[in-house]
Design a protein around this ligand. Structure first.
Ligand SMILES: NC(=O)c1ccc[n+]([C@@H]2O[C@H](COP(=O)([O-])OP(=O)(O)OC[C@H]3O[C@@H](n4cnc5c(N)ncnc54)[C@H](OP(=O)(O)O)[C@@H]3O)[C@@H](O)[C@H]2O)c1
Length: 262
């Protein structure tokens, strides 16, 4: 399928690992130029090298998306280097574990900053450029846990639910400018976020992938396995493309059938 992404410019937050990295490689394979960010520069540079090997341009910047001034610098750089922006992928984030009794005000505030406020700020900073694009797109990475409460993830669930409202509200408010806004809602995808702490402490005879599949089944994933970052990236590339020209305000679960909600 021709996605028509050649020579478009995309910003991807949290692109040094996992889903963000897979999105960077997928969009680069579609000949999209990229600006990528994360806090840690070493892994980000590794992604940048892989992206450059696909023959596109790529700027990599160390940015903490909870810091408004660093977000502003990222989009200033995009303006200076590319002079345009077509696609914003708000992906940076991480799960905040804990039940109500375990979570402090500070836990809620820091989780709100990375999940909700970072998306707000990136959209605000991106708007002047997106408004000039012939086919502007915002894709927010969200989580099924914002729709289906899971034990031990209360702060994450609270803020992911807010992200559903933000996604839909932005889609409605930005539609007159032709900016399409959609989210993908992750169920369980095997990435660094979950794998890093378990990789070196595996039960005897079990691979990380097998452990992840067990975890996915335990969370009610109908397909009975964990997802792969590339499976998320493929949907994001579609939403970024001209093929999704009448899709806005949608929230697409990428969860292998996780959750009994409709
Ligand atoms: N994997 C899942 O099953 C799952 C489920 C639900 C939702 N999600 C969401 O999907 C998104 C991607 O997750 P993932 O599984 O791919 O995680 P990952 O492998 O841990 O990658 C997260 C990426 O975000 C970056 N990041 C984290 N905090 C950041 C910050 N404050 N500023 C800038 N960059 C930041 C990380 O780099 P640095 O640490 O160097 O900054 C890294 O590049 C996240 O929003 C996550 O909450 C994932």
């Amino acid at each position: 399928m021709e996605l028509g992404l050649r020579n478009k410019v995309a910003v991807i937050t949290g692109a040094s690992h996992g889903i963000g990295r897979a999105v960077a490689l997928e969009l680069a394979a579609e000949s999209c130029d990229l600006a990528i960010c994360a806090r840690g520069l070493e892994a980000l540079e590794e992604t940048r090298r892989e992206v450059l090997a696909k023959g596109v341009r790529c700027e990599a910047m160390p940015v903490d998306v909870t810091d408004a001034s660093q977000i502003a610098q990222l989009f200033e750089r995009v303006t200076a280097v590319f002079g345009r922006l077509d696609i914003l992928v708000n992906n940076a984030g991480r799960a905040r574990g804990g039940r109500f009794a375990d979570l402090t005000d500070e836990d809620f505030i820091s989780d709100y900053q990375v999940k909700v406020l970072a998306q707000v700020r990136c959209v605000r900073a991106a708007l002047p450029l997106l408004e000039k694009s012939p086919a502007p797109r915002i894709i927010n990475v969200n989580a099924i846990v914002g729709r289906v409460i899971q034990s031990g993830l209360l702060a994450t669930a609270t803020h992911r639910a807010a992200c559903f409202a933000l996604n839909k509200g932005l889609a409605i408010e930005l539609a007159p400018k032709g900016i399409l806004v959609n989210s993908v809602n992750i169920g369980f995808v095997l990435t660094n976020q979950w794998g890093a702490s378990r990789r070196h402490n595996l039960p005897p005879g079990k691979s990380l992938e097998e452990l992840a599949d067990e975890h996915a089944r335990g969370r009610g994933t109908a397909l009975g396995r964990a997802g792969r970052p590339e499976e998320v990236a493929a949907v994001i590339a579609f939403l970024a493309s001209g093929r999704a020209s009448f899709v806005t305000g949608s929230s697409i679960d990428i969860g292998g059938g996780q959750g009994a909600h409709i």
